[in-house]
Design a protein around this ligand. Structure first.
Ligand SMILES: [Fe+2]
Length: 459
């Protein structure tokens, strides 16, 4: 029986969540936990987190627990298929028996891919797209030590890989795989305090994207959508402070809770076209996922608002708006105002064409050998390709409003070139009252030195 035309998502899958440790100092448990799992030799998979001291501290921690360590530290932002295969090769060549990812979503996602590849005798990771593609669940152990306030990948079955080698390239695909759920997730807010401010902002936008997409989406799993709304509230109340004062431990801890809760919510409640949008532009331009989401948030909320005005009215309340004298649509408008104000307060540029100082690596066939930079601008032909990429994204079916190629192109064009203003009534955005914004758009693949190392004590 085909129930798809009767009821959207008639069968909802609830993915389990990994055991997790949360709190200041939690990362120091990683080595003893690995030893308790019986691991003898693990592979660290990371972007390097240069200047933070985190990788060196973790290495010492594991070695003190009697677990030897090899390191693959070349994971890139928007992890590429070759990052995954290189990590797998390091794991295999090193005779390792477990993975440890250290960093944000890129490191965790590349590790999830490598782990799936390891369970399938080195087959190419691009063979494992979409839902539960693994044929064997017998994976090496994976401890994820998280250092960002964004993807929540340490606690989800999701991973996202950029395919630059198959006939489908360039293609950024989503794996949603029960075999990719980590063995142990570690969230230590102290580690997140080492991030550059713009990186905190980017990843916070990603958390807002996760919470909002899950809350308004079509799955509407009763056990997860309220959690998504709570995560939205935490982002609204803490992202500005965490961005501009990353030494405020309480704000950072709240952001870590937000990213963790939003990720657990979307593990079951799924996502929507904001992620399809972000994946599509990343297939063509190597810009940060969270930055994409910051630019896309008000556009996608605007597109979706007619299909879920009551949900956006709820979001307005979660974001602190007094909606008692508003209609549902006025409240939904107010949510768009609030998210524009939030992302602009945190330094988000108006559109992709204003992301001027990012390396802006042009993706596509043969890109890596040439590795040329290019301004972020797309003609109609490229917007068409991106729109079709959005239509085929795993996240699109969960969106509350059906997507058309024409609609996708309009959202993409707006994100590419237009000012960030609420278009539901024509009112302009509010002024940034938070003073100088952190410089957005610069490369953040590995953390750059900030000179503060890793503190064991909350500030
Ligand atoms: Fe995301």
């Amino acid at each position: 029986m085909d129930l798809s035309r009767v009821l959207e998502f008639p069968v909802k899958e609830f993915f389990k969540q990994p055991r997790s440790l949360f709190g200041a100092g939690a990362y120091e448990s990683a080595g003893p936990e690995a030893a308790a799992m019986g691991l003898k030799h693990v592979l660290f998979v990371t972007s390097g987190l240069r200047g933070t001291g985190i990788v060196d501290e973790c290495k010492t921690n594991f070695e003190n627990a009697g677990v030897s360590v090899s390191i693959y530290d070349k994971v890139e932002s928007n992890p590429k298929d070759y990052n995954v295969m290189d990590a797998y090769k390091a794991f295999s060549d090193g005779g390792c028996d477990g993975f440890v990812s250290i960093g944000g979503g890129s490191s965790h996602d590349a590790t999830k891919g490598a782990r799936v590849v390891a369970a399938h005798d080195g087959r190419n990771v691009n063979e494992f797209q979409e839902v539960n593609a693994s044929e064997t669940l017998d994976n090496p152990a994976h401890i994820a030590i998280n250092t960002t306030v964004g993807t929540g990948s340490e606690t989800t079955p999701a991973y996202v890989i950029t395919d630059l080698s198959s006939p489908d390239a360039p293609h950024k695909w989503v794996g949603f795989d029960r075999a990719a759920i980590t063995t142990l997730a570690i969230n230590d807010p102290v580690l997140c305090m080492t991030q550059p401010p713009e990186y905190i902002a980017y990843t916070g936008f990603d958390t807002m994207a996760h919470g909002s997409e899950c809350y308004v989406g079509r799955v509407q799993h009763p056990s997860t959508t309220p959690v998504a709304l709570s995560a939205i509230k935490l982002v609204q109340e803490n992202l500005r402070e965490a961005t501009y004062n990353p030494n405020n431990y309480q704000a950072m801890e709240n952001m870590v809770w937000a990213q963790y809760m939003a990720a657990q919510a979307f593990s079951t409640g799924l996502l929507g076209i904001l992620h399809s949008l972000s994946h599509a532009v990343c297939a063509y331009y190597d810009i940060h996922h969270g930055l994409n989401n910051g630019i896309g948030l008000p556009r996608v909320w605007t597109y979706n608002q007619p299909a879920a005005p009551d949900k956006y009215a709820d979001i307005a309340v979660a974001m602190g708006v007094d909606t008692r004298n508003m209609t549902t649509y006025q409240a939904a408008d107010a949510a768009i105002d609030e998210v524009i104000r939030l992302v602009q307060d945190c330094g988000c540029p108006d559109n992709w064409s204003q992301v001027a100082e990012y390396p802006m690596t042009r993706m596509g066939a043969g890109w890596y050998e040439g590795k040329t930079n290019a301004a972020i601008e797309s003609d109609d032909d490229e917007l068409q390709k991106m729109a079709e990429h959005m239509m085929g994204d795993l996240c699109t079916p969960g969106n509350p409003r059906d997507l058309t190629v024409e609609g996708a192109k309009e959202i993409l064009r707006d994100c590419m070139y237009d000012p960030m203003v609420r278009k539901t009534s024509g009112e302009g955005y509010r002024q940034n009252i938070w003073g100088a914004a952190p410089q957005m758009g610069r490369q953040v693949q590995g953390y750059e030195a900030r000179g503060n190392g890793v503190s064991r004590q909350p500030a």
